[in-house]
Design a protein around this ligand. Structure first.
Ligand code: NDP
Ligand code: GDP
Length: 325
């Protein structure tokens, strides 16, 4: 038996942070989470997963490089997963500079802290299909040129290329996972799947009547967060760092996703969804569709849950939550 491995997760209180922490704990890791202390209840996801007492929280902020270096020293991490970000596309037009500082420069801070303290640490960067933006090829893989369409995507692109550059410049074991949208009952309420499943539960239980949405003709390649965190871990177990697209290879419109959610509780979306042009984005990503062939061939990874499995699970979880509210 080797020594216990240690991992540091930035963004441990987010959707993916929770699922990844659970996976690593199950694999016997010592799991540390960088925790930006805020006033609201940010530990609810770790509690929901039953792991809040097992994750060791270290106070720190992605914009403060010294706090990251201190965290690395404290936990002696073998692997660092950089999941922290201002992660909501729509907010990135309201707060473009903050998004650049956290989502872009934040990754630079983590990479610098690793370079200066221990170059043996393996690094994962949470890159995004949003980087493909105005898509340059109908099906996107690791060779597809990028065309970001939001301050969020521009910041992610900087972090992505810096990850590639630190691998090439300093020989860091650094990997960039270009993940397509992934959802779960732990998804933030601002994202469209969870906004819909939560509203469906409220409508079904007579708490509200209508649901306001923006562009429901947008298409996304949606998968399950619990599946996607396995791909992150697998990337760091390879001999060398690399870039991988992680997707299901199938997509659907927001409209179709709504149909699945409402139908699951015997409702019709047409009777409740109201289009609100105020929710349109200044520049839209109309369609995303990933080709996960490389992840399958090299990592043996494949998405298990489809949108048809996932949305009913999310609606059921929200039905329970709303009933308790
Ligand atoms: P979440 O928004 O759920 O989580 C983001 C996390 O970042 C939270 O824990 C948040 O903490 C933390 N955070 C924000 N600002 C700071 C800061 N300044 N310092 C330290 N921590 C900070 O995102 P997801 O879990 O959904 O996504 C994980 C990562 O993957 C993100 O980088 C996201 O952009 C990226 N990604 C996600 C996709 C998806 O479909 N989910 C697709 C592709 C990429 P707090 O809770 O305190 O706010
Ligand atoms: P994104 O792909 O990271 O931006 O994930 P989101 O879940 O925020 O948005 C997915 C798609 O749904 C985008 O094309 C949005 O324009 C579209 N959409 C339509 N209505 C809404 C809405 O009310 N909220 C959100 N978040 N997205 C919406």
């Amino acid at each position: 038996m080797g020594e216990l491995k240690a991992a540091l997760i930035t963004g441990v209180t987010g959707q993916d942070g929770g699922y990844l922490a659970k996976l690593l704990l199950e694999k016997g890791y010592e799991v540390y989470g960088l925790f930006a202390r805020r006033t609201s209840d940010t530990l609810w996801r770790l509690r929901y997963l039953g792991i809040d007492s097992q994750v060791k929280l270290i106070e720190g902020d992605l914009t403060d490089v010294s706090s990251i270096a201190r965290a690395l020293e404290q936990c002696r991490a073998d692997e660092v997963y950089n999941l922290a970000a201002q992660s909501f596309v729509a907010t990135s037009w309201q707060q473009p500079l903050l998004t650049g500082q956290v989502t872009g420069m934040g990754a630079a801070n983590v990479l610098e802290a690793i370079r200066l303290t221990n170059r043996g640490i393996r690094f994962y960067q949470a890159s995004s299909s949003e980087m493909f933006g105005k898509v340059q090829h109908p099906i996107q893989d690791e060779t597809t040129p990028f065309y970001p369409r939001s301050p969020y995507a521009v910041a992610k692109l900087y972090a992505h290329w810096l990850t590639v550059n630190y691998r090439e410049s300093f020989g860091l074991h650094a990997s960039s996972g270009i993940l397509f949208n992934h959802e779960s009952p732990l998804r933030g309420l601002e994202f469209v799947t969870r906004k819909v499943t939560y509203a469906v539960a409220r409508i079904k239980q007579g708490r509200q009547q209508e649901l306001r949405l923006g562009n429901i003709d947008a298409r996304r390649d949606w998968g399950f967060a619990g599946d996607y965190v396995e791909a992150m871990w697998l990337m760091l177990q390879q001999t060398e760092g690399d870039d991988y697209v992680v997707a299901t290879g199938r997509n659907a419109t927001v409209r179709e996703m709504c149909e699945i959610a409402f139908r699951h509780v015997g409702l019709r979306y047409e009777n409740h969804v109201v289009i609100d042009p105020a929710l349109y984005r200044p520049a839209e990503v109309d369609v995303l569709l990933g080709n996960p062939a490389k992840a399958k061939a090299r990592l043996g990874w494949q998405a298990r849950l489809t949108l048809n499995d996932l949305i009913p699970i999310m609606v059921d979880a929200d039905m329970e939550r709303v009933a308790k509210e």
